[in-house]
Design a protein around this ligand. Structure first.
Ligand code: ADP
Ligand code: ZN
Ligand code: MG
Length: 642
């Protein structure tokens, strides 16, 4: 049971390098499995070797003395000399073999056995030269084969060690991924990024520098070494960094902060060193450190267990950046969605002194992003991306991308060749809340309870002036929510006022209040609502100065150790949070008891239809004498007609 406004779920990607090479070929990381293979290969080599040697040395030699006697007796017809081996052809047609001393000629050898030249002349002696290859092979094989085998064994074992994850041979090597500017399939340019106009303008300068550094260096200009991209997850920080490399046509070395914090102390630092060395060799180049907050957190606060490894890595990054020559053509870019936790040392001049903020896209940007991601998808004639953009305030670029993708999946699953508007509308909720769980059946009692809960949210939202209008109510469960009320602001909001916060809190408590009032009981259902409400109220007090009692003071995060405050103030904050929530609850209770008839009407409709769209909902309001909230100039009808 959730009252839903668009949010940005945190996402994390992890890329495991594919296993390659021999260890994969030999099937798996088991060291002993591979040892067996090695031994088998060894045996095979040995048998091949002995086969070759055996071929060369046949067993049934005739002794030389016998050969001499046979020659003298005229029994031998012809002798073929091949190196030191002799093929004997007897007069009776039989063939025999023998060998002689390799250093002596055949005639001399036979002469020493008493064969006269006359006797020898009757024998046809042919001398066959050994081919060069044969000679060398036979001479070198006994030495080379074991040598080759030993080298192979070493190489193979070293692969095993890596395969087994010990990485003993690649300790500090940077695990950076490199994107080669020549690889057009990976190339990203500014044209692939919608919106983010200011960010792109800022980065144009960097592109210009990387393209023609000489122009800048000649005039003595110092180009920023470090640029930090700040923005919510999925706003296209990584994409922008890649686009800078793509526009400038320089190599892009990227590594994620979380990858540094991996193993033993010192490894992160040596990785940083390697990474910078690689990039300097390839200069002009870009080094991109994604999620830099993973290593760049404020040092010495003890958050994260006072991780030594992190500090060393961070220090090494700083050392490398400080050590840049002014003529170095390497630009370091970093991205974070937690700029508030970064160590101030990172942001000092000469380090990451350029800050580029990327906001969530506004309506026009969202339409452009949708258009970009619709490029390769055939859209039906009814698709109006402007309408989708209108219905997705708060969506990040990544969420819009996945919305378009979900739409295409829906169309493909129904064997259609085109994506329709209805596919996209359904995808909005899927991206926001997770897929519908039609199989999750509610009992009659649960259905009633959920209906009243959601009706409570919807009613309070419609009555209170500053709450967001209701777009849809449903008791079909999605993700972890049993039902949901979709409230969307008419416009993108960059700022929220105190009144809006208070009405929002009251509307979010509407579900809890309705349950309590009707069933004289409270379920576990509204737990998420309560979390949202508590967080909102706390932010009002500690961040936005919206409590009269505590005044316009921003209280830092106590856990992070910045601007700590006393126990006394902590107690005051807690009291204010409680007060805000109590008052909001009282207002929600008042609205619901005054409009009990409407609540019943909405709940009844929900029990019957399970989902109410905005126009149906407004009909119920009008029938009960309530004027629905209207947008000033309502351009497009944003409701899907099924
Ligand atoms: P971040 O690094 O800020 O978390 P990413 O750069 O990884 O976000 O963005 C994820 C995906 O979202 C991108 O690959 C892209 O498909 C899409 N995206 C995000 N912002 C935009 C944008 N402004 N224009 C087009 N696509 C975007
Ligand atoms: Zn709820
Ligand atoms: Mg990213």
């Amino acid at each position: 049971m959730a009252s839903v406004s668009p949010k940005n779920p945190k996402k994390k990607k992890s890329v495991a390098p594919p296993r390659r090479g021999w260890s994969a070929l030999f099937g798996g990381p088991s060291f002993f499995g591979n040892l067996t293979t090695t031994v088998l290969i060894f045996l095979l080599l040995m048998s091949v070797y002995s086969l070759i040697s055996g071929f060369v040395q046949p067993a049934n030699d005739v002794p030389l003395s016998v050969v001499a006697a046979d020659v003298a007796a005229g029994k031998i017809h012809a002798i073929k000399v091949n190196g030191d081996s002799l093929d004997l052809e007897y007069a009776d047609g039989s063939m025999k073999v023998s060998r002689k001393d390799p250093s002596a000629g055949l005639p001399e050898t036979l002469a020493t056995y008493g064969v006269t030249p006359a006797e020898l002349a009757k024998v046809a002696i042919t001398i066959q030269g050994q081919s060069g290859f044969q000679f060398w092979f036979l001479t070198l094989a006994p030495v080379l084969l074991p040598l080759i085998f030993i080298v192979f064994l070493f190489w193979f074992l070293s692969r095993q060690v890596k395969g087994a994850g010990m990485q003993a041979f690649s300790f500090g090597q940077s695990k950076a991924r490199v994107i080669d500017p020549a690889d057009s399939s990976q190339r990203v340019t500014f044209a692939d990024i919608a919106g983010a106009r200011e960010a792109k303008e800022e980065l144009e300068e960097i592109v210009d520098f990387l393209k023609s550094p000489k122009k800048f260096l000649d005039i003595g200009a110092r180009i920023p070494k470090g640029i930090i991209l700040m923005g919510a997850p999925g706003t296209g920080k990584t994409l922008l960094a890649r686009a800078v490399a793509g526009e400038a046509g320089v190599p892009f070395f990227s590594i994620s902060g979380s990858e540094f914090v991996e193993m033993f102390v010192g490894v992160g630092a040596s990785r940083v060193r390697d990474l910078f060395q690689l990039a300097k060799k390839a200069a002009p180049a870009i080094i991109f450190v994604d999620e830099i907050d993973a290593v760049g957190r404020v040092r010495g606060t003890g958050v994260g267990g006072g991780n030594d490894e992190r500090e060393q890595t961070l220090n090494q990054i700083l050392v490398e950046m400080d050590g840049f020559e002014p003529t170095e053509k390497v630009v370091v870019m970093a991205a974070t969605n937690r700029p508030d936790v970064l160590d101030p040392a990172l942001l000092r001049p000469g380090r990451f002194d350029r800050r580029v903020t990327i906001d969530l896209p506004d309506r026009r940007d969202r339409e452009e992003i949708l258009t970009i991601h619709a490029r390769k998808k055939p859209l039906g004639p009814d698709v109006a991306l402007a309408v989708i953009a209108e219905r997705t305030p708060g969506f990040s670029g990544a969420e819009l991308y996945s919305l378009m993708n979900e739409g295409a999946i829906l169309a493909a699953r129904e064997n259609r060749k085109e994506v329709t508007q209805y596919d996209l509308i359904r995808s909005i909720e899927k991206v926001m809340l997770g897929p519908e769980r039609k199989s999750h059946l509610l009992s009659k009692k649960e259905k009633e309870l959920t209906s009243y809960h959601e009706a409570g949210h919807a009613l309070v939202s419609s009555i209170l002036e500053h709450a967001d209008p209701v777009h849809k109510i449903s008791i079909i469960s999605r993700g972890r929510a049993a039902g949901y009320t979709l409230k969307l602001p008419f416009e993108d909001r960059k700022m929220q006022s105190k009144k809006q916060f208070l009405d929002d809190i009251a509307a979010t408590l509407g579900g809890y209040v309705a349950e309590e009032m009707l069933f004289d009981d409270v379920t576990t259902g509204p737990s998420n609502d309560l979390m949202v409400v508590t967080a909102l109220a706390r932010e009002m007090v500690t961040r936005y100065g919206m409590s009269e009692k505590l005044g316009p003071i921003a209280f830092g995060d106590r856990q992070l150790g910045n601007e700590p405050y006393s126990e006394e103030v902590a107690a005051q904050i807690d009291a204010e949070v409680s007060r805000i929530i109590e008052e909001a609850k009282a207002r929600a209770t008042k609205v619901i008891s005054e409009h009990r008839v409407v609540l019943d009407a909405i709940a009844k409709e929900l029990i019957e239809k399970e989902t109410i769209e905005r126009n149906e909902f407004e009909k119920i309001l009008i029938a009960n004498g309530i004027t629905p909230k209207k947008k000033e100039e309502e351009g497009i009808d944003i409701l899907p007609e099924k």
